[in-house]
Every structure is written in C-alpha cells, then in structure tokens.
Design a protein around this ligand. Sequence first.
Ligand code: C5P
Length: 223
Amino acid sequence: SAHGPLTGRHVIVTSGPTHEAIDPVRYIANRSSGKQGHAIAAAAAAAGARVTLVSGPVTLPDPPGCDVVRVESARDMFAAVERALPADVFIGAAAVADWRVDVAPQKIKKEKGARAPVFSLVENPDILAGVAGGARRPRLVVGFAAETQDVIAHAREKLIRKGCDLIVANDVSEGSGVFGGDANEAHLVSRDGVESWPRLAKAAVATRLVGRLADILATCEAA
Ligand code: C5P
C-alpha cells in the first residue's frame, strides 16, 4: 500500500446515506451520493493510512485500498464504526437519517378505501457525537455540515454541540450544485477559526482535507 503522511494511522470514514426500513420493501433515506466520503477514504488510503470505510447504500465502486463495510441503517452504521475502533481519525461524511420508523414485519398493504398509514418516528443515535464523546475517542474527530444558510455559524454550533475538532461546512442551497455533483465549496471550521476553500472538485477537497489532518496529527505529536 501507499506510503505517505498518514502511514501507520487508522482512519474511519462514514459515507453515503442510511436507509431506514418502513417494511420489507420500503425505506426512508437522506439524499447522498457518497461521492465526498468515498473520495476522502480514497485520499486517506493514498496518503498511507489504513482506512475503514463504513458505507451506506451507494452506487459507487469501492475506493482502492480501503476496507469497506457495507451497512443499511444508522444503527448498523454506528455498530460497524464501534467495531472498527480504535482509530486515529474519524470522519463522519455520511448523511445519516435522523429518525427511523418502527419497522413493520410484513409489507404494509394498500387496502381500497383504507386510510393512508401514519408513521411515528424514533430518533436515531448520533454517530458523530457518540464517537466524539466515547471512551475510545480518536485523536481527530471530523464532521460535515450541509447548510442552506448561515453556514459558518451553524457549523460552529455543531462543532461544539457534537464535540468534534473540525467541521467541513458546505452550502447546499438550491443552485449550489453540491448534491450529487462533483464539486464542493467547503469551509473548514475549528475552534481556532475558519479556512474557506475555493470551489473544488470533491476529489480535491478530499486531498486537501487529508493533508490538513496529517499536518494536525504531526503537530499534536510534536507538542
Ligand atoms: O446534525 P447534522 O446531521 O447536520 O450533522 C451532520 C454531521 O453529523 C455529519 O458529519 C454526519 O455524518 C453526522 N451525523 C451522524 N449521526 C447522525 C446524524 C449526523 O454521525 N445520526
């Protein structure tokens, strides 16, 4: 495998959406292609890290050099992340569904004249907050924030609330072309401040992010 600034490090990345079953044939999900998370996993592997990519359902090929664990639901994703710990870095790039449905064991039938079913939602665990607050907290915990307004203020709030070290914030408002697209306009938000990057290909965002993480780890070690 590649030798680079992350050689000897273990990096866990979550990517893609989660699917929360309603019944055996239906689900609710978040909108996510997995492109950014997969690109980060590939970049971390190219930088020499051992990478565990925990991926929800996506149509992307497995990135080269990564151990890929495929999951469906948020709870499955959390369990897979916990099995993969310990790690030096955790990057939560998945679009995890905030709620799940109490699953019906059989397909819900559409009966003539019957009322539409009503679902009550149950809150899913927050994987990022759980990892950041857990006993085996990686040295660096990185989250994503997809916002449509006040991008940086919301990212700062998320950083504190979830206990992470960095938030990669981006504007997903209509017309930004971020969803499913190949480019991202990211702001790297930490307790020290904000670094705003120009519009870059998702692969370039991944390479930059991995470079910054390697620098931060090296600085921690030197201190
Ligand atoms: O709160 P919000 O969903 O906007 O936060 C986004 C960040 O939190 C992302 O890094 C996402 O992967 C993570 N997250 C998570 N588990 C959840 C919800 C969000 O890990 N249940």
